[in-house]
Design a binder for this molecule. Sequence first.
Ligand SMILES: Cc1ncc(C[n+]2csc(CCOP(=O)(O)OP(=O)(O)O)c2C)c(N)n1
Ligand SMILES: [Mg+2]
Length: 321
Amino acid sequence: MHAGLYRSLYRIRRVEEEIARVYATDKIKSPVHLSIGQEAVSVGVCDVLRPDDVVFGTYRGHAMYLAKGGDMSAMVAELYGKVTGCTRGKGGSMHLIDTECGVMGTSAVVGTTIANAAGYAYALKVRRSDAVVVCFFGDGATEEGVFAETLNFAVLKKLPVLFVCENNGYAIHTAQSKRQGLPDICARARAYGMPAERLDGNDVLTLRDKAADLVAQLRAGAGPQFLEATTYRWREHVGPGQDFKLGYRSQAECERWYESDPVRVLAAQLPADVRTKIEAAAEREVAAAFEFAESSPFPHPSELMTDIFTEDSNEFAACGR
Ligand SMILES: Cc1ncc(C[n+]2csc(CCOP(=O)(O)OP(=O)(O)O)c2C)c(N)n1
Ligand SMILES: [Mg+2]
């Protein structure tokens, strides 16, 4: 199990480091919100999901997309704006999707996918499926009206959705304590009537165990569950670099989080030969993904207006309501 988790953590870390490195060349045509430092949340939770379970996330979604099985080459090509990208080059880093493996989408608009996740969970319930939905969002998203509305509805309808708040302590450049009257996010979730627990979001093993327990409860019909995972963003809010000069946080604060670096902590628990093999394979995968993106063509201008809306009414009919 440790090896699988390490593989997932390492490949996400490395592809994002490579994105940061290449960014300066302007080959990447999309803004990037890196999850470096936060990878364990997506990796721990997605590890317990089945292929038919689905996830919804945010513009800081590379880790979730990859942890759920999204194709790395299609992700990098998407960042390059190439036609081989996961949205044919139209969405960029903030709009990753791979429905084949249950990545139902990420959005630049804070909070929107919280409601999308509940909608999908409602459909699963109507269809009597035992698949589950996981919704990842930031601490900032809990200030949006849609958070309150969705939690209320999810409890009312006992929806099979796990809400995962990835609390990195900041929304852009504003600390949580300067934004929230009640910074105890779990208390707010409980107020709507669902169990909620706060965990160390860098502790991938504990997170995985907790997620396994919560997902089992969802499958058994217990209704929505809430997990707050505390973690830290190492890079600037958007872009490849550091932002300590802005003054809203200190380098020392960030460096304290390096000590619980989920990649390094798990690496130390693996035999050297296992680690080396995993790392070499990940390096090959990352290099291949960038080569794929580089060598892919841009979309043809005739695609400009395609895949913008769906007008397939059968999709609604299939839901049975
Ligand atoms: C509805 C909406 N309001 C405001 C913004 C501007 N905005 C972009 S990211 C962000 C911060 C969100 O913080 P958080 O949810 O904690 O996620 P993090 O970036 O820390 O992962 C804001 C306010 C937006 N994109 N959408
Ligand atoms: Mg945040």
